[in-house]
Design a protein around this ligand. Structure first.
Ligand SMILES: *[C@@H]1O[C@H](CO)[C@@H](O)[C@H](O)[C@H]1NC(C)=O
Length: 332
């Protein structure tokens, strides 16, 4: 065969022309590629637009998947049983964290339990008056603050307001020399205020906590409240959706506990988050308990969301942020 090419240069030339011609026809600009893959990076706004396009495709695909295995949400199981017809999915397949973080994506805090994925920590490294809230029910088991310690260590001026009614202070990971940038109260986050002398635990809405601290905006909000996230976040977010006001935080790290929920309930709650502009950019199932007990469902997952509505440091460059937004002074 090689000899044939050598002996017949005209035949070789013919083959080369045919191959190049087919490549030209099959490759862009002639092929019909989906938009996200052809969008050029022209800065933050174009990266956000690209993420938005990619996420829109996820929204359409979710509808298709529901139709395929449902056809209605009521027909979908969170975790289908191991009996025929064994549809090959779990609930998490319907909710991929497909919104691309438009900055660097870093896991902050300890590897394994305690660490969380953050989008664009670099955006608050030098931000004066950077505000972080960490709202947890640790139940005294995993009392650790490696995430908070890492935020303090890697930023100039982030301060952390911590709330956990089950303990008295942050975990031992935060060194004494950074204690002055932390504030702790043994309160619970609730859908409504309940903090009379007789109330135990004392429950505060996010709005009330922010008012107490004089805050109009939170840069990073971390919530792990053991299953209460459904009622609490619905109560927190719904008024913002109804009034069309942007949520008062830039990003949200949330652990989801799918205990005593069904698919339609979870879908409805998730869509409230989405209609408020929250977009998941990273997720991790918590497989630790599944490993201990193979009969258990993989019902715990970490999600990190970017708030794509309103103005915040992760979606806007400093000069684009208006003073009235309350997001605060910024340095580039
Ligand atoms: C994504 O969908 C929303 C709602 O349909 C639409 O407003 C938005 O323009 C879409 N984004 C892109 C980049 O196509």
């Amino acid at each position: 065969m090689a000899a044939a090419f050598l002996r017949s240069p005209r035949f070789t030339l013919f083959i080369v022309v045919v191959i190049c011609g087919s490549l030209l026809v099959l490759a862009p600009p002639f092929s019909n590629r989906a938009a996200p893959f052809t969008l050029v990076d022209e800065g933050l706004a174009s990266r956000l637009a690209r993420s938005d396009k990619i996420y829109n495709a996820t929204l359409r695909n979710r509808k298709e998947l529901i139709k395929k295995y449902g056809p209605s949400p009521e027909d979908i199981a969170l975790f289908p049983p191991d009996t025929p017809p064994r549809p090959p999915y779990t609930v998490w397949d319907f909710f991929p964290a497909s919104y691309n973080c438009p900055h660097e994506l870093v896991r902050i805090g300890a590897l394994g339990d305690g660490g969380k994925w953050v989008c664009g920590l670099s955006r608050v490294v030098k931000k004066p008056g950077c505000v972080v809230y960490s709202i947890v029910i640790s139940l005294g088991i995993n009392h650790e603050s490696s995430f908070e310690a890492d935020i303090l260590k890697n930023t100039d001026d982030c301060r952390i307001w911590g709330y956990d009614f089950s303990v008295r202070k942050f975990g031992p990971q935060i060194p004494i020399l950074r204690w002055h940038r932390t504030y702790f109260k043994p309160y619970a986050l609730g859908g409504q205020d309940k903090h009379e002398a007789t109330d135990d635990p004392k429950m505060y809405t996010l709005n009330t906590l922010m008012k107490q601290n004089g805050h109009t905006h939170i840069d990073i909000l971390k919530i792990d409240i053991e299953g209460w996230e459904f009622d609490t976040l619905t109560a927190l977010i719904q008024p913002y959706v109804d009034s069309g006001t942007p949520l008062p935080f830039g990003q949200l790290q949330l652990e989801v506990h799918l205990w005593s929920k069904n698919f339609p309930q979870f879908l409805k709650w998730w869509e409230i988050l989405e209609s408020a502009g929250l977009r998941p950019f990273m997720t991790e199932p918590n497989l630790v308990y599944l490993n201990y007990n193979p009969n258990r469902m993989s019902d715990l997952a970490e999600y990190s969301f970017l708030n794509t509505k309103g103005e915040n440091v992760f979606t806007h460059n400093p000069h684009q942020i208006s003073l009235e937004s309350g997001v605060g002074a910024l340095s580039e």
